[in-house]
Design a protein around this ligand. Structure first.
Ligand code: XIL
Length: 370
């Protein structure tokens, strides 16, 4: 009798210990692509309750939402701040995650002094490029071997495929882009290097991007993938437009990375598409309809949109190496403030309590098993 109950207890312990671990999003797509997420300082430092556990359970790639942008990591000419970056790469190592650097060169979140000499005069091309190269050497150099892929240049094109007239471009022309990729490769030869932008689904914009990427490749400059940011809305762009983008990037000889996926469920003024940070509108009830919770209708549309997007990505898993969500949960999404300030948005896979949206997860499971 005693022996029987002991066996029973032992078996129960053994069985519960072997209970299969819960399947995370990353496990659903483990044979297809990495599943990434952009993290902020609170999450990286473990100050946000539950965040580290959710990260470990569901994601196998990390991106830094703001902490490695120029204004954060290099706020003054002689001053670098690596507090975030060091904690970030340590977390990436602990999670054995594919760890992304974002971003080395951009026209946003870059201090004005970068473009000026000590007296406030605009730098000439040579001096600006050399300042940029120093920055890349220090930042990418510090994380050599710890960051697996860098967004080297971010958002250098206009919607019509011409070069954005940023200070970088106005002073240095397109050579600043080439120099940035060259330097990044020299500093960390094993890191993957990406050109990253929004609205790459637009044929006109993509044409400009791919022309330059091919030109760089023909000059022996390393470019591994084109980042399609993936800041989408419920009804736009169409799946066909996104698919065309994926196919053309692959045909041009580059991998695709979906770098900043989120789905805006709120109405946008003038249907403003994409992620141009210069666009910003004042809040109004018309643009902020779900202050007390998302409607069942919008929630169902969101789940379907995610299912459709992941089905498309899964179909092209031979071309796509990573899909990264731009934020861990709705409460911390930048879409609460863009393109309209102070809204209540629901664009991600986890809600404000860090609970996985089960409706979306079930649909993703179906997509992955298809
Ligand atoms: C956003 C961040 O999410 C915000 O917190 C910040 O205030 C502005 O930048 N394209 C990019 C990202 O490449 O770096 C931007 O991130 C969103 C648009």
């Amino acid at each position: 009798m005693l022996r029987k109950s002991l066996t029973f207890i032992l078996l129960t312990i053994l069985f519960s210990a072997q209970k299969p671990r819960e399947i995370g999003i990353k496990d659903l797509f483990k044979d297809s692509f990495h599943i990434g997420v952009a993290v902020n300082a609170q999450q990286v430092s473990g100050k946000e309750p539950k965040a580290l556990a959710v990260l470990a359970e569901h994601f196998n790639s990390l991106s830094p939402e703001n902490g490695l942008k120029w204004e954060k990591v290099h706020p003054k000419p002689e001053e670098y701040d690596f507090e975030f970056g060091d904690a970030y790469v340590a977390l990436g190592e602990k999670m054995k995650a594919f760890t992304i650097g974002h971003c080395l060169v951009w026209h946003q979140q870059t201090p004005n002094w970068v473009f000026e000499d000590e007296s406030g005069k605009m730098l000439n091309k040579e001096d600006l490029i050399s300042k940029m190269e120093d920055h890349i050497a220090v930042v990418a150099g510090r994380y050599k071997g710890k960051i697996d892929g860098w967004d080297v240049v971010n958002e250098a094109f206009n919607e019509d495929g011409s070069f954005r007239e940023s200070k970088w471009y106005n002073v240095a022309g397109k050579d600043f882009i080439k120099a940035a990729f060259r330097k990044a490769h020299e500093v960390d030869p094993n890191a993957e290097l990406y050109y990253n932008d929004y609205n790459v689904w637009k044929a006109s914009k993509r044409k400009g991007i791919l022309e330059l990427a091919k030109e760089m490749k023909s000059e022996g400059i390393r470019v591994d993938a084109i980042g399609m940011q993936g800041h989408y809305m419920l009804g736009s762009p169409t799946l066909e437009e996104i698919e065309q983008g994926i196919i053309e990037i692959a045909e041009a000889g580059f991998k695709v990375v979906i770098t900043e996926l989120d789905v805006d469920v709120l109405p946008r003024p003038n249907n403003a598409q994409g992620a141009d940070l210069n666009i910003n509108f004042a809040n109004s009830p018309e643009y902020n309809p779900f202050v007390n919770g998302i409607s069942a209708e919008a929630e169902a549309k969101l789940a379907q949109r995610y299912a459709d997007l992941f089905q498309l990505f899964h179909k092209h898993k031979d071309k796509i190496s990573r899909v990264t969500l731009w934020g861990l949960h709705d409460g911390r999404s930048w879409l609460n403030n863009f393109p309209v300030r102070g809204r209540t948005n629901y664009p991600l896979l986890f809600d404000r309590d860090l609970k996985l949206k089960e409706g979306i997860f079930e649909k993703l499971r179906e997509v992955a098993e298809d």
